[in-house]
Write a protein that binds this ligand. Sequence first.
Ligand code: NAP
Ligand code: MG
Length: 478
Amino acid sequence: MDTVYRVTHLIDGAWTDDDAADKRVNPADPADVVVEVSAGTPELVDAAVNAAAVAQEVWAGMTGPARGAVLSRSAQLIRDRVDQIARDLTREEGKTLPEAIGEVRRAADILDFFGAECWRSHGSTFPSGVPDTHVFTRREPLGVVGLITPWNFPIAIPTWKAAPALAAGNAVVMKPAQLTTVSTMHLANALIDAGLPPGVFTLVHGRGSVVGNAIVKHHLVKAVSFTGSNPVGREIGELAASRGIRSQLEMGGKNPVVVLDDADPERAADIIAAGAFGLTGQACTATSRVICTPGIHDAVADALAKRAAAYAPGNGLREGVKMGPVVSESQLATDQGYVAAAVSEGATLVTGGTTDGLHFAPTVLTDVAPSHRVAREEVFGPVVGLLRANDEDHAIELANDTEFGLSAGLITQRLQSVAKFVERIQAGVVKVNRPTGGVDLNVPFGGVKESSNNAYREQGSQALDFYSWTKSVYVGLD
Ligand code: NAP
Ligand code: MG
């Protein structure tokens, strides 16, 4: 029997002992109760933020290398615990165990990366126009930062926000998605066990509209980094702007892959299937539109339909299962709704569209028109639609015909086509002959257009920019 966790809030370095409010079961197996979790209030947020503000001064007062050592130790603890954390991640989110292991290892690597960043100065020196004057800049922490995270990468996203925030000397108040609280509990335990001072990393669980809202509104919260859906992101952005604080909003995608006539359709299908059906299509960078030039369209459609069979959904804990269930009943209804709408608008259902519990079959649609809802709105499931382009220029036009701009792919061996695509495509991430999903942790990441407020990038050293401000110092030496 697996553990039934009891997850409460982490405030001032201690887990609270309030009552359980919500229960989460394994989406692949409703009999497997994963966790009972507390529901936070604005009062608890206030207590958490106040404690964090005190703790932040202690943390920022430590040397960079001392802070880095805590992050590096937490990375090692997460690696030591990978089997347990990954199993729990699969139980609460649904992705397959190999996908979960990859995500947990990614979290450890991110902590190592930012542990090392703590050793760097991140300031500059300048020649002054005034004689005998020494000029330099320092990065200063913002104070307490609010982090609001989605369920689809329940340990990687909390880590890729918390690690740079902590490296820069901030304290964190985090509200994870209600669906996935155990993974962030494991992150918190690794940080605590690594010696993070009490109160520097804080968790308040509960409804986004209550707890998330209270975090964004709190007068001691100096910045909010959010990943999630567009309507929620917009609301948080407006609230943050009304308070005059920074916000970093990373939101939805409608990621295209353009396949040109010269491509190998079998290889193209492998790349598209990995992007569309990997992680059950529940990734912001998942492939959702495939745009083919005329000479290759039918071959790609056939090959992709065959690949779908290899992604038969099942319990992610079982060996050999390549695709887990969708995360919830409401996500299932969304996926089914988009497939039904596509068919009623004139698309052809080639394969998929069926479900067994939350095990939704990978779905391929052809004859999708740019006006169809399935071509315009984010589905967030294993659903991919093929659109026909007249030629290469038209394909790029169709790829850009979306309000989103997160990741975009191109499959070709033609160098000139690569150059043209890279220049014209409106996307924060461009992938040539690689799946739209999957990024390196040391490379800036984020979207354009409605996918992001596009003020700051996440990941890599650039992530530190959001979590710090620059102080310019002039020292007269005479
Ligand atoms: P969501 O519904 O927007 O929720 C994200 C987080 O915001 C959750 O913790 C949620 O709490 C909280 N929230 C909800 N309403 C709020 C409010 N009024 N004020 C403050 N916080 C609030 O997104 P999701 O369903 O968890 O995740 C799927 C979405 O995330 C997709 O659109 C996907 O594209 C996007 N995503 C983007 C990226 C990226 O890097 N661009 C990466 C991954 C996912 P609850 O627990 O109450 O829901
Ligand atoms: Mg949601």
